[in-house]
Design a protein around this ligand. Structure first.
Ligand code: NAP
Length: 434
């Protein structure tokens, strides 16, 4: 049976779902040897460094990844960076196909004055910071202020706002990085204001996430009742199912009895950032007030200023380009996942931009892998793999990763946590026995 070598770059959900699709679609005519290359010493991508630590259920998808990884036709090459340790040209020439699954890790910028001030950061840095990603452990931002403003109305903005607004003891039983719990404990922030530039009916949140908010034990979640009612009236009965479901979840939030909690998480709509104020650190943010006119969002010309010491923008992501791969509009230039004229394919956020939940990547990767298999020639290249290129390099294989995983879980057990993450690269390699 001819065995085709496939390299998958990036060990996040999209990469694992691509590997799973290859495993599921193997046949008498075509079988696959899968090499997954990951620059971090740890796999799982956003499941490890993106999903909010207080959402452990979402992380159970890692069981699927581990099943894929323990199949005999799968090898993990973690702690191996494309462009540094190996070249794209090596993958292209040696493998029958290369799948780029490197996601989008750069935060989009707001493009307003003051964005570079100390105290203005992107969710693309803050989220991996609290999740213990080695590259973000030293992120510095002020928490000696009373108020933080989060820009954006998607699930990332909500995760960020919730992580700032909850009582840190609620994180004790999670795998939040220790350094983050320490900073959040010291934080003086008691008011978190999430600002959306459009109305409640346009928000990109999803209903399950909204429904969780009233369950926060120590935080008052505030939405303006009139604003939600006005949105309900605007959309009427013909609204899409998701919009209706979001608005009814928001309605429930407005009906919750106010409590005496000192922490608040407030949602404000129709506010677009214009300028971040401050001399050498953030002191406030000026927002333009929008309105709906003939179904369109337009500025009223009026502004409002919120005094705050921290601004976190959560307005989407862009891919970090890989040299030799064409990029445009923050993602790989592709046609249904094919990088036309090459043996390169792309899946996940690198392919379609930062949209969808983790499960979205399953059908997406499977569709691309079907095309990849169709495109394969009758016989494999048989040009080898990357092993001779990384002799002497400290590669984290599946076996090493399993040791890291077991050590982190064991450390968490007596503390009632799912794991205690190692954050420093040397520590991760040491735990892996390297
Ligand atoms: P998103 O869902 O696309 O939301 C981005 C938000 O940023 C939108 O509200 C957008 O508003 C706003 N925005 C964009 N540019 C802006 C600007 N210049 N000024 C002000 N606001 C601006 O992106 P995301 O929150 O980064 O999430 C990415 C994907 O991951 C989504 O599919 C999300 O559902 C998913 N995710 C899921 C979970 C979960 O399942 N729990 C958790 C996190 C993320 P407009 O609509 O007006 O453009």
């Amino acid at each position: 049976m001819p065995t085709f070598r496939i390299a998958i770059v990036g060990a996040g959900p999209a990469g694992y779902f691509a590997a799973q699709a290859l495993q599921n679609l193997a046949s008498e005519e075509k079988s696959f040897a899968i090499d997954m290359i990951e620059r971090l010493p740890t796999p799982w991508g956003l499941v490890r460094s993106g999903v909010a630590p207080d959402h452990p259920k979402i992380k159970t998808v890692s069981k699927v990844f581990e099943k894929v990884a323990t199949a005999s036709n799968f090898r993990l090459f973690a702690n191996v960076e494309l462009g540094t340790d190996i070249a794209l040209s090596d993958l292209i020439s040696r493998y029958d196909a290369v799948v780029i699954a490197t996601g989008s890790s750069l935060g989009k910028s707001l493009g307003v004055p003051g964005e570079k001030l100390f105290g203005s950061i992107s969710a693309a840095d803050f989220v991996p910071w609290y999740n213990g990603h080695p590259d973000y452990k030293d992120l510095s931002f002020p928490v000696d202020c009373d108020t933080a403003v989060v820009i954006g109305a998607g699930n990332v903005a909500m995760d960020v706002a919730r992580m700032l607004a909850l009582e840190p003891s609620e994180l004790d039983t999670t795998d939040t990085a220790d350094h983050a719990i320490d900073v959040l404990r010291k934080s003086a922030i008691r008011k978190v204001i999430l600002c959306a530039r459009r109305g409640p009916e346009h928000a990109a949140f999803t209903a399950p996430e909204l429904r969780e908010l009233p369950k926060l034990e120590h935080t008052n979640v505030i939405m303006d009742k009139g604003e939600i009612e006005a949105a309900l009236a605007r959309v009427g009965d013909d609204a899409e199912k998701d919009v209706k479901s979001n608005l009814s979840a928001m309605e429930l939030i407005t009906q919750a009895e106010p409590t005496s909690h000192e922490r608040t998480l407030e949602f404000k709509f129709f506010l677009a950032p214009l300028e971040i104020l401050g001399a050498d650190h953030v002191e406030g943010i000026v927002l333009g007030i929008n309105k709906i006119e003939d179904g369109k969002i337009v500025p009223t010309g009026q502004t409002t200023t919120i005094k705050c010491g921290l601004v976190i923008s959560a307005i989407g992501y862009e891919a970090v380009p890989i040299e030799g791969v064409p990029y445009a509009k923050g993602k790989v230039v592709n046609e249904e996942g094919r990088v036309v004229g090459t043996n390169i394919y792309t899946v996940g956020w690198a392919k379609r931009g930062p949209s969808g939940v983790i499960g979205t990547n399953k059908s997406d990767a499977s569709d691309v892998v079907k095309l990849l298999i169709e495109d394969l020639p009758a016989q494999p290249k048989n040009k080898g793999d990357i092993t001779d290129l990384i002799v002497g390099h400290r590669v984290v294989t599946q076996e090493h990763w399993e040791k890291i995983n077991a050590a982190e879980i064991a450390k968490g057990e007596p503390l009632g946590k799912p794991r205690v993450k190692a954050v420093e690269r040397p520590e991760l390699l040491h735990l892996g026995g390297l």
